[in-house]
Design a protein around this ligand. Structure first.
Ligand code: DHB
Ligand code: FE
Length: 285
């Protein structure tokens, strides 16, 4: 059977992608940020998954305001990096895993979560920046990726609790797939940031670090936090953090298994307008 080996959490700031693509990673502004991902890139090489299930949000790139699925699963064979206004990032195209994605859709929809099935979709910085941070700049991404897009852009957005429970259903789906695949689940976006209005530039270190503590040690309590608290404390775009609860809900301890092992924790301010947070949690055998 397939199994979830680890979960990875990281912010997705588009300027990080630009810094990488333009060769600026050693500049004083960016150097401390990329240093925090050195461990992670080595860890990825040492813990190569067969598939990454990547929870992220589209920023009105693939889904305009004409059509806004709450949860969308990418079942295509490949996904093209999107043109977000400056041309597509010079990164490899994303190879999907249609068989596993279709199995997950079947299982999770039968478990009462209404997923939108997406057979064609471009992927924006929400997906490609986490891949770049974890994998560097390879000629091809190290394994197939199943994109899972969550609406955190247009209200109403899903609650933390719904995301957490969806994570449980995704775990059940993956672990009932009849092939011995090692699957990582990634939760991306956040941390505190607000890009518009009078509070633009808001960062809340205390909230962010409390969120990291809770996500590791007491995710059920964090799942109960209503989205108004995220918006008030972490800014309008801080709501992206609910996506981390999907990945956390898929870990073994949520389903009666052992606690995950924290292998890496990193926090850095600023990157563009955003606080950057990053965790790696491994499931124990
Ligand atoms: C920034 C952060 C985001 O999450 C995003 O989607 C776009 C921009 C920023 O910090 O500039
Ligand atoms: Fe974003």
């Amino acid at each position: 059977m397939a199994r979830i080996t680890a979960s990875v959490y990281t912010s997705h700031v588009p300027a990080i992608g630009a810094a990488l693509d333009l060769g600026k990673t050693q500049e004083p502004y960016w150097q401390p940020l990329f240093k925090g991902y050195e461990f992670s890139k080595q860890w990825m090489k040492d813990n190569q998954p067969d598939v990454i299930f990547l929870v992220y949000n589209d920023h009105a790139t693939a889904f305009s305001l004409e059509m806004i699925p709450t949860f969308a699963i990418g079942t295509a064979a490949e996904f093209t990096p999107a043109d977000e206004g400056w041309g597509p990032r010079p990164v490899p195209k994303v190879i999907g895993h249609p068989e596993l994605a279709s199995h997950i859709a079947q299982s999770v929809i039968q478990d009462d979560f209404d997923l939108t099935i997406v057979n064609k979709m471009d992927v924006d910085h929400g997906l490609t920046v986490p891949l770049s941070l974890m994998c560097g700049q390879p000629d091809a991404w190290p394994c197939p990726v199943i994109p899972f897009a969550v609406n955190v852009v247009q209200y109403p957005v899903p609650s933390g609790n719904r995301c957490y429970n969806l994570g449980k259903a995704i775990r059940k789906a993956i672990e009932s797939y009849d092939e011995p695949l090692k699957v990582q689940i990634w939760g991306t976006g956040g941390m505190s940031h607000q890009l518009q209005g009078p509070r633009a530039g808001l960062i809340n270190r205390e909230f962010d670090n409390h969120f990291l503590d809770k996500l590791i040690a007491d995710p059920a309590a964090q799942a109960a936090v209503p989205h108004i608290d995220y918006v008030r404390e972490a800014g309008s775009e801080g709501i992206e953090l609910v996506m981390w609860l999907i990945a956390r809900g898929a870990m073994a301890d949520v389903n009666g298994g052992p606690k995950p092992k924290l292998v890496h924790r990193f926090y850095h301010v600023p990157a563009s307008n955003t606080a950057v947070g990053h965790l790696i949690l491994e499931n124990q055998a």
